[in-house]
Write a protein that binds this ligand. Structure first.
Ligand code: ADP
Length: 428
């Protein structure tokens, strides 16, 4: 069956966030890691497909090229509407990439109007009078002002997007959005008559997003953070249901791989260690000295892996910020990171070869390294463990199913690791 909604996301964790919102609103969703190679049949059993690109901070021409390839795949899979997903802090520069990608998608879809809204009130992102707020402060007063790659010094998204677009950017302001779909459509007609082709849409509540969702029903293209996703599935008659998040039954051994050094992960690892469960610590200095740390980790795994609730074995390089800085000053931050990522990816491969079929990975970069090493190209999105972090099912190259949860640094409470497996037990 053809898909309904086709999504192009400009980074991996953002893609999962979007997919998670769509599942919670009742769609069955598959997330693909990059565009499948040419010739791979565009057929998936899902209501929506999210293609995760790495296009947020690459040169605009590369972002456009990748997004158009994704569009072409999604259209051949039958997508009736396209959703371009970017960060809820509108991460971009005057060179792009939100504007150039939006315009390229509009050209390819031959459409003369789209909206843009990073609003996601559940995560504290709201847009009012075209200005983006992060929690209680304007975007420009948040930490984003000093972001190393995409510093955001202007909170007025009409001017931010205008600076990176050749088309004129307007505003669907809150007076229209608060009044409902009819008023939003009337405002869009008015903007169109003024020759405006892209409009920032205000939204300060989930109700605003739901009204916008109804209003954009006929638009070939919408552009947004992940928030708008709560309002789209209903346009096809989808309703929230546990069935949308159904995954195949889990099997095999359980492991946790953590290469995250964030505060939340430090707490999660500490909590796991306190519970007395088996854990192997990966030491970057020993890797750098040429010791076979991955081999030792796998020997430890072989001795401790067990099925069932006592199962998970933890493999981690998680350390306090001081310890990480000490390692980085010896090895260099990039080199230390690369050594750890490579080792944890090899551990993941070895664990899967030894029958692990349920893995929690902590760390954004670490997740990327593990997913690549395991040859995973797509994820079916399942039930949510914590906001923004769902269990997923992936087909391994040999055909077996792997259950995997990918947690970026600061997500999840202290009991995240054991809570994750408890959820899988309940849902299975
Ligand atoms: P997060 O999502 O918490 O930022 P990431 O996996 O994205 O986690 O990034 C953490 C980075 O730190 C990775 O490149 C990882 O390899 C590196 N790293 C992990 N543990 C250590 C350590 N003990 N010393 C130095 N670098 C580390």
């Amino acid at each position: 069956m053809a898909i309904r909604l086709g999504c192009v996301a400009d980074d991996f964790t953002g893609a999962t966030d979007l997919a998670n919102n769509l599942v919670r609103a009742g769609m069955r969703v598959v997330q693909l890691i990059d565009v499948p190679p040419d010739g791979r049949e565009a057929a998936v059993d899902a209501d929506a497909v999210v293609i995760a690109l790495k296009s947020r901070t690459v040169p605009a021409t590369d972002a456009v090229e990748a997004s158009l390839r994704a569009l072409s795949w999604l259209r051949s899979a039958g997508a009736e509407q396209i959703y371009f997903k970017y960060c809820s802090t509108f991460d971009s520069t005057p060179a792009g990439n939100i504007g150039p990608v939006t315009e390229a998608l509009m050209d390819a879809l031959d459409t003369d109007f789209t909206i843009a809204t990073p609003a996601f009130p559940d995560n504290g992102r709201t847009v009012f009078k075209g200005h983006l707020f992060v929690g209680d402060v304007l975007l420009s007063d948040s930490g984003m002002r000093h972001h190393p790659l995409t510093p955001m010094a202007d909170p007025n998204l009409v001017s931010v997007l205008g600076a990176q677009s050749t088309r004129t950017v307007g505003l669907i302001d809150h007076t229209a959005v608060a009044h409902g779909a009819e008023a939003i459509r009337a405002r869009i007609d008015e903007l169109r008559r003024q020759g405006i082709e892209i409009a920032i849409a205000d939204a300060v509540s989930n109700d605003d997003l739901l009204r916008l969702g109804v209003a954009v029903r006929e638009m070939p293209l919408v552009t947004a953070g992940s928030g708008l996703a709560i309002g789209l599935p209903a346009n096809w008659g989808f309703k929230p249901s546990a069935a949308a998040a159904q995954l195949p039954s889990p099997s095999g051994h359980r492991a946790i791989i953590s290469g995250s050094v964030s505060a939340a992960t430090n707490e999660q690892v500490a909590e796991f260690l306190r519970s007395g469960r088996p854990a192997f610590s990966v030491d970057p200095l020993r890797i750098a000295a040429g010791e076979d740390v991955a081999g030792e980790a796998l020997a430890f795994g072989a001795a401790h892996l067990a099925d069932g609730p006592d199962g998970p074995v933890l493999f981690h390089s998680t350390e306090t910020p001081e310890a990480v800085r000490a390692v980085q000053s010896r090895l260099g931050a990039v080199e230390a990171g690369a050594l750890v990522e490579r080792t944890l990816a090899r551990v993941a491969q070895g664990l899967v070869a030894r029958g692990v079929r349920q893995i929690v990975v902590a760390g954004g970069e670490t997740s990327g390294a593990v997913v690549r090493a395991l040859g995973i190209t797509g994820l079916r999105i399942g039930p949510q463990i914590d906001p923004g972090v769902p269990w997923c099912a992936a087909a391994l190259p040999g055909g077996d199913t792997l259950h995997i949860a990918l947690k970026s640094g600061n997500f999840g409470g202290p009991g995240f690791f054991t809570d994750s497996f408890a959820l899988l037990d309940r849902e299975a």
